[in-house]
Write a protein that binds this ligand. Structure first.
Ligand code: UDP
Length: 319
């Protein structure tokens, strides 16, 4: 199979590229290197069946040519990271909505299968835990920048499902919960790489709010092995799947665990949300996925524990 990965030089995309090459597929990555980087795929560049195209997913002529050469498309290109989203909402909305439009439009000609990467952010403020794929999505007001990401991704989902229903393009929507592992950067706000770097540099570990908010973190390897399995299953077309861990941990406990595993004596400090992001910032107190649907279809299960993952990230940053 020839796979096209938009956003393939990003953290998750580069791990997916690696996994698809291991499975024997050929891989073309399209990435504008805005949040992705050449370094993420440098180790793949000498492989005969790997190619990197540095360009934007917003250019329909570029995307059309690459889609024509591919058998399957993994659309991961998006503006990501809460900090980036709060800072650049126009870029976020335009990239996320228009990029998906372009990809789906190009895939329609030959009905190429498309996986659209969405996010657990779409569940928004819902308190109906664990989040199931058919749960309500509860957004905050449009005056709060954070929600533009969730809304742009929710629109991507509607669009993907509409292309399946109306134009018979086999689309699969995957809602990724907090995904972590080597190569993830803390530059756009992601908590684990930030805490690990702070712990290793013996700088204060910055817990936002009171640290009682919880998240579930899944190793990127567990995520990327599930993606081709979903694409290989015809029953996944027109469906939405959560992919995430069910091991819930508070951000304060996470800070303490990282400090311990890194052997750090960093102080843990608390920073109000208003200071960390913007005034009136709303965080999600808990975010836990139901993954029964993916488990039933492809036997999805978490294989790597949080400690194992933290160990990998600490080793990555030590290097
Ligand atoms: N967070 C934190 N300190 C940081 C970065 C993030 O306490 O330096 C918190 C953030 O407010 C959120 C959680 O960690 O409650 C996860 O943040 P991240 O941006 O990694 O992902 P999110 O789940 O918010 O998309």
């Amino acid at each position: 199979m020839r796979a096209l990965i938009t956003g393939g030089a990003g953290f998750i995309g580069s791990h997916l590229a690696e996994h698809l090459l291991e499975l024997g597929h050929s891989v073309t990555v399209l990435d504008d290197l805005s949040t992705g980087s050449r370094d993420n795929v440098r180790h793949l560049q000498d492989r005969e069946n790997f190619g990197l195209v540095v360009d934007t997913v917003l250019d329909e002529s570029v995307v059309a040519a690459l889609v024509d050469q591919a058998d399957v498309i993994y659309h991961l290109a998006a503006a990501v990271g809460v900090q980036l989203i709060v800072k650049s909402p126009v870029h976020t909305i335009e990239t996320n909505v228009h990029g998906t439009e372009v990809v789906l439009h190009c895939a329609t000609k030959n009905k190429k299968p498309v996986l659209v990467a969405s996010t657990s952010e779409v569940y928004g403020k819902s308190k109906d835990l664990p989040f199931r794929e058919d749960s309500d999505l509860v957004m905050g007001p449009s005056t709060k920048g954070r929600w533009s990401y969730a809304c742009s991704k929710a629109l991507d989902e509607f669009l993907a499902l509409a292309y399946w229903k109306e134009k018979h393009v086999p689309t699969v929507v995957v809602r990724l919960f907090n995904t972590v592992g080597p190569r993830q950067t803390g530059q756009y706000g992601m908590v684990i790489p930030r805490f690990v770097r702070q712990a290793l540099a013996k700088k204060p570990i910055t817990v936002y709010g009171d640290g009682r908010q919880t998240r579930c973190f899944l190793n990127v390897t567990d995520v990327v092995t599930a993606l081709p399995a979903l694409m290989a299953n015809p029953a996944a077309a027109g469906q939405v799947y959560n992919l995430g861990s069910q091991h819930e941990i508070s951000i304060l406990a996470l800070a303490e665990r990282i400090k311990e595993l890194a052997g750090s004596d960093s102080e843990i400090i608390f920073i109000p949300y208003d200071e960390a992001y913007e005034e009136g910032f709303e965080d999600m107190p808990r975010r836990v996925p139901s993954t029964e649907k993916a488990a039933a279809l492809i036997g999805f299960a978490q294989k790597k524990s949080l400690d194992q993952t933290l160990g990998e990230v600490i080793a990555f940053y030590r290097q």
